[in-house]
Design a protein around this ligand. Structure first.
Ligand SMILES: *Cc1c(COP(=O)(O)O)cnc(C)c1O
Length: 397
């Protein structure tokens, strides 16, 4: 047999973390790595946050899991907090981002089909989006590399260029149920949508009675410098999917919706065995305790400004490697002159700095939101050394 016990769908590298220490990871060989990847924007409180650890420990000893057939004081509490913090009136808890997106897609379709508009099933999505790896969420993405081998796709998605309001407008037809968009594309290359685009989508939704579905799985939960990124666009969605940061490392996601948008989500319409169990709710509450306040959010913005302005200065030293910096909050991308994967590997293996590659030649920086100036200094020490010692690949002109 040559297949590995872990199904070989990931190109796993040689670094094998066994322990976390605040904003560092320690490998099997004892070496320390500065973690500006944070489990891909997940560990927003770092790896040893006292409040999160204690909350999970306490809840484990009290009650881990019960059925959603029972009343849930834990779920009601976290849902109420999310309702108070956002546009939403109601919340469905999931265990992952893709599941939160599945619920969002079902909610958007059900909004129309609940009142007999069965032909309104099509969601307009955007090129290079990433919404997850289930059949519906790969179908929602234009990226063919995720489709290969898994045909046929789920019908009902139409792709248009990102941040192109005219294209979005032209795509609206009799079957349109709504738009589904990441306010800041993550996997696609840390690309923030423009204000005019987001405002325009909102206006089109209002005009045609469509659902505006936001995928804030990566950019949500304080990552962008506000609790959710939509706040920075002066608009509100009808439906929003959140995950990654919201559990701080514990598997947790949620689909948030207004009362109007959730009109089709009636008894029996949806479900999840684990979704919203008391252990997940305890983790979610501990994360909100830490991040859902003005002081923490202002800190994220201040750290973002410091990291970003230093990055912008820094890349000027290496015009042959770097092109520009983009993103929001502590979700920053450095567009490189070539595929970023090689540089990410070089930083990891030779300088013990963890980052993530993203689409469009982007070096993605999504550190824990609790980094301080010492981590930013350490980051630039490693990045400088890494840039100085890197041999750029031959790029065809
Ligand atoms: C990671 C991600 C998802 C999928 O989340 P999973 O927890 O991996 O299912 C969906 N949308 C966006 C924008 C993401 O970054």
């Amino acid at each position: 047999m040559s297949i590995t016990p872990l199904m070989p769908v990931y190109p796993r590298c040689g670094f094998r973390p066994v322990r976390g220490d605040h904003c560092h990871l320690i490998g099997e060989d004892g070496r320390r790595y500065l973690d500006f990847a944070a489990g891909i924007a997940v560990n927003i409180l770092g790896h040893s946050h006292d409040g999160l650890i204690k909350a999970i420990q306490r809840q484990t000893e009290t009650l881990m899991h019960v059925s959603n057939l029972y009343g849930s004081p834990q779920g009601e509490r976290l849902a109420q907090r999310l309702v108070d913090l956002t546009f939403a009136d109601t919340v469905f808890f999931t265990n992952s981002g893709a599941e939160a997106m599945e619920c969002a897609i079902k909610t958007a379709r059900a909004y129309h089909q609940h009142v007999g508009n069965d032909h309104k099933f099509e969601l307009i999505t955007f090129n290079n989006a990433f919404h997850g790896r289930t059949m519906a969420t790969i179908s929602a993405s234009s990226q063919e590399k995720m489709h290969k081998g898994f045909m046929p796709l789920l019908p009902g998605f139409k792709y248009v260029p990102f941040d192109d309001l005219e294209a979005a407008k032209a795509a609206v037809g009799p079957n349109t149920a709504g738009f589904m968009v990441e306010p800041v594309q993550g996997e696609g290359g840390i690309r923030p949508a423009s204000e005019a685009f987001m405002e325009g989508l909102r206006a089109l939704c209002d005009q045609h009675d469509l659902m505006l579905v936001l995928d804030e799985v990566q950019c949500g939960v304080a990552r962008s410098g506000t609790f959710y990124a939509y706040e920075q666009y002066g608009i509100e969605p009808d439906i929003l999917a959140t995950a990654k940061g919201i559990g701080g490392g514990f598997p947790l996601g949620a689909c948030l919706a207004t009362e109007k948008a959730a009109r089709g989500m009636v008894i029996g319409a949806h479900g999840s065995t684990y979704g919203g169990n008391p252990l997940a709710m305890a983790a979610g509450e501990a994360v909100l305790d830490a991040v859902a306040n003005d002081e923490f959010l202002a800190e994220v913005r201040a750290k973002s400004d410091r990291l970003r302005s230093r990055l912008e200065q820094f890349i000027g030293n290496y015009p042959e490697l770097f092109e520009l910096v983009r993103g929001k909050g502590l979700m920053l991308g450095v567009k490189m002159k070539f595929e970023a994967r090689g540089f990410v590997g070089h930083l990891r293996d030779n300088h013990q700095l963890l980052t993530v590659a993203a689409g469009d030649n982007t070096l993605r920086l999504v550190p824990p939101l609790v980094i301080d100036d010492s981590h930013i200094d350490e980051f630039f020490d490693k990045l400088s050394a890494g840039a100085a010692s890197f041999e750029p690949p031959e790029v065809p002109q």
